[in-house]
Design a protein around this ligand. Structure first.
Ligand code: ATP
Ligand code: MG
Length: 781
């Protein structure tokens, strides 16, 4: 039976056929296709689309397209859309069959495994919704994901696979699954038509929209045939660089038309939250489009790089929830890169140079050529080979690209392609003593890995010219390059160079110091990947520079932990309160809630004649705005009873050391009003036994100034109070039992005090908690 959408489409078609002009063009198309005798319905629908949407500038190719439809090489709407879009770009120009077929997915066979994997990913991405709504969930949202991932998959097969996996995920339908959701039923039955319509609109609104695609603005892989950049040379020449149809077709053959991205950290330090933004873009786009993303170690500076960083980066990428489709290294391609360099010399596009770094700088400023710029290629080839064999001293020669030394853009000034370094490489070992530069390597490895979208931060924008110049000089495929803004966060620094100084000069305890915005530091502070990724999503795929306020990050941390962190009672700076109307040996258990206001799950908290409250919750002088305890005043002990302060005990120096109070057991009931102030507290778990202690580490911003990175003297702006350690905090027994071994994501909300996680410094019997963040900014520290 036809679906409603199909019926509507049919009605539109019939309507349009009544339009004489359109009717003529439809008849033309049918004739051109040689299908006057009739054809299957789906083919007819495709002909209809051709008649209505065929790009006027490409009429020369209409017959070719119709041949594909007739031969059933183009069978689906998605294929036809791809074909039409391709033809619109080609216009009246020559048609490259391979590129055309790639754009229309001709002959692409989607394997059962690929389909199962894409459907599996969609089910996983929407698992929460499926669990909640079960068979009432709108599967079109999942289906849209599958179609995005595998646009050429057979629609019927994809539907069947989706149904199969959803059933496997949910288990067989139960009787409850067959009951229509109550709300809709009631409203429809009881309300007049207008209201029922309204109700329909409401339920529509309630349905969350499918996750917005932040990458929709980027061209698809098959659209990568536009001009990437036009290099303007100093002699007036212009070079418009784009993929040739052959380059694009070969690329699409290699990738099957899928999106390929890479996240390319240099293993010279730990990753920070800026890299989380980069990962959100690189891995995120691949995930969104059903493509793949490599984790590529961009390891061309052996001195700065270490295996420790390589290991850490792999681990933290996975902690962030990303699964690279493969882990690659720029150094894996050293042989190919060397061959490219040789080809560059042979074609007159590179030369061996003996200028020192200072001489290069001076001649760059004077826009003067290197004296070796025009030496014969054969001479450069021989010297480059000597360099490779270790016969030339470090610094005595480099290989430079022969670009345009008078260009206004410094990045066209004969950049260095290779330099000599007599050091071993953490990944390539001692195989090489010449190493390619970043400028030479990055774009070529993008081309070698068939990257479709090479995304990087804005400071690379000025290097577009050199990026594409090199790929053009070597005749390779060129990815789409797109730049986004570096993430900066107030009151902190993100560059690895600065982080490295903070760590090596011991301003902080290590790369995972919770005050740093390294991912390891955030993890140790109790921040989850969920919160970091939600923050990145909000920051977005932006090109606008500037600092994001640290409050924005805190907001996402709180939103996440509010959902997941069970509540516990503790006191950071205890003040003893003796309850005088309880027998000294009194002990009872009161019920506290894991998630008050949300669920009834409870745990027991001992209440006895000696309790501790926060020292800051007592004042000898009461004030209207103060909700704590004061002489004669009554406050509520959370989950327990109200107490009234009846006495203050001081030491010889006049400091308050203990309070006396009475409690009231029957405080509920008619005419009784519980006090406004509610305090966190911890009691002696058994009479005469002090509560278990823990160490609380409280953090504040690492830098006092908002933009420390903009100052030369940034280290002088460190906040001397960024860490406060309280050794004698008291825990309620449920908190003291926190599992020490389970060091990550073990986060609690200590009521009124903030979110805290178990620090890995904890040992059995000696708990250390880090404050992840306060409950709100205004709460006193
Ligand atoms: P740093 O200056 O911190 O050393 P980097 O650019 O040298 O950074 P890489 O390891 O080369 O660091 O970066 C890997 C990827 O992460 C690159 O694509 C880079 O552009 C991106 N990236 C680095 N820092 C940030 C940031 N603050 N915001 C967004 N992306 C970033
Ligand atoms: Mg770098």
């Amino acid at each position: 039976m036809a679906t409603r959408e199909e019926q509507e489409a049919e009605a539109t078609r019939l309507g349009a056929v009544k339009n004489a002009k359109f009717r003529k063009s439809l008849v033309d198309v049918i004739k051109e296709a040689g299908l006057e005798g009739g054809c299957p319905k789906q083919q007819g629908a495709l002909l209809y689309t051709v008649a209505s949407k065929f790009p006027g500038n490409a009429l020369a190719h209409r017959a070719t397209l119709l041949d594909y439809i007739k031969a059933e090489k183009i069978k689906s709407n998605a294929q036809l859309d791809g074909a039409l879009e391709h033809l619109a770009h080609v216009g009246p120009g020559a048609l490259d069959a391979a590129a055309f077929e790639a754009a229309a997915g001709v002959g692409v066979v989607v394997s059962a495994e690929e389909l199962a994997a894409a459907v599996g990913a969609a089910v996983e991405a929407h698992a929460a919704r499926l669990r909640e709504e079960r068979y009432h969930a709108n599967l079109n949202i999942l289906f849209a994901d599958v179609r995005r991932a595998l646009p050429w998959a057979d629609v019927g097969e994809a539907r069947a696979e989706l149904d199969r996996q959803v059933t496997a995920f949910l288990g067989p339908r139960t009787a409850a699954d067959d009951v229509k959701p109550e709300k809709k039923k009631k409203k429809k039955a009881a309300e007049p038509k207008a209201k029922a319509e309204e109700a329909k609109a409401d339920t529509k609104k309630e349905e969350p929209a499918p996750a917005a695609d932040p990458f929709a603005f980027l061209p698809r892989p098959e659209q990568n045939n536009k001009v990437h950049t036009t290099v303007h040379f100093s002699d007036g020449r212009k070079l418009a660089i784009s993929n040739t149809p052959e380059q694009l077709a070969a690329h699409l053959r290699a990738t099957g038309g899928r999106v390929v991205t890479r996240f390319p950290p240099e293993p010279n330090g730990y990753l920070h939250i800026g890299h989380a933004k980069a990962m959100f873009i690189d891995f995120g786009m691949a995930a969104q489009t059903g493509g793949q993303c490599y984790l590529r170690f961009d390891d061309t500076n052996p001195e700065a790089e270490k295996q420790e960083y390589i290991d850490h980066i792999q681990e933290i990428v996975s902690w962030m929830g990303w699964t690279p489709s493969a882990v690659t290294y720029s150094s894996d391609y050293f042989a190919e890169l060397h061959a490219f360099a040789v080809r560059l010399i042979e074609t007159g596009n590179a030369y061996v140079c003996h200028q020192t770094a200072e001489e290069i700088k001076a001649s760059r400023e004077a826009r003067a050529p290197s004296p070796w710029r025009d030496r014969p290629a054969a001479e450069s080839l021989a010297l480059f080979e000597d360099m490779r064999r270790g016969l030339v001293d470090e610094g005595a020669a480099t290989l430079r690209m022969r670009m345009d030394h008078r260009n206004e853009n410094y990045n066209m000034f004969d950049l260095i392609a290779y330099r000599i370094k007599f050091v071993d490489h953490p990944h390539a070992g001692d195989a090489w003593c010449v190493y390619p530069s970043y400028d030479f390597t990055h774009c070529l490895v993008d081309a070698l890995e068939n990257v479709t979208h090479s995304m990087c931060t804005l400071e690379f924008e000025s290097r577009r010219a050199s990026f594409f110049w090199l790929l053009e000089a070597l005749g390779t495929y060129k990815p789409v390059v797109w730049e986004y803004a570096r993430l900066n966060i107030t009151n902190n620094v993100l560059s690895k160079r600065r982080l490295n100084r903070l760590v090596t000069e011991r301003w902080v305890s290590g790369w995972d110091d919770p005050r740093l915005l390294t991912l390891a530091g955030l993890r140790r502070r109790g921040v989850t990947p969920r919160a970091i990724n939600a923050f990145c999503r909000e920051v977005g795929v932006t090109r606008s520079e500037g600092e994001v306020h640290t409050h924005k990050l805190d907001h996402h941390i709180r939103a996440d932990l509010d959902e997941t962190a069970p509540r516990r009672l503790a006191v950071l700076r205890p003040l003893r309160v003796r309850i005088t109307n309880l027998p000294a040996d009194h002990l009872e258990q009161v019920e506290a809630l894991h998630f008050p206001g949300r669920a009834a799950d409870a745990y027991a908290v001992p209440f006895s004649a000696v309790v501790y409250i926060e020292a800051s919750d007592f004042r000898e002088q009461d004030e209207k705005s103060f909700y704590g305890l004061a002489p004669g005043k009554t406050v509520m002990l959370r989950y327990a009873y109200p107490i009234t302060c009846t006495g203050v005990v001081k030491d010889e120096a006049g400091a308050v050391v203990e309070l006396e109070a009475t409690y009231e057991r029957d405080f509920r009931g008619e005419g009784k009003k519980p006090p406004k102030g509610v305090l966190n507290w911890v009691a002696q778990p058994r009479p005469g036994v002090e509560p278990p202690t823990f160490e609380a580490r409280l953090y504040d911003v690492l830098f006092l100034s908002q933009s420390p990175a903009s100052s030369e003297k940034w280290l002088e702006e460190l906040n001397p109070k960024s860490l406060e350690v309280l050794k004698g905090a008291y825990a309620s027994p449920a908190l003291a039992a926190a599992t020490v071994g389970d060091k990550y994501e073990y986060v609690f909300q200590l009521e009124r005090l903030g979110y805290f996680c178990v620090d890995p410094d904890s040992t059995p019997g000696s708990l250390v908690l880090n404050r992840t963040c306060t409950l709100r900014d205004s709460y006193p520290k």
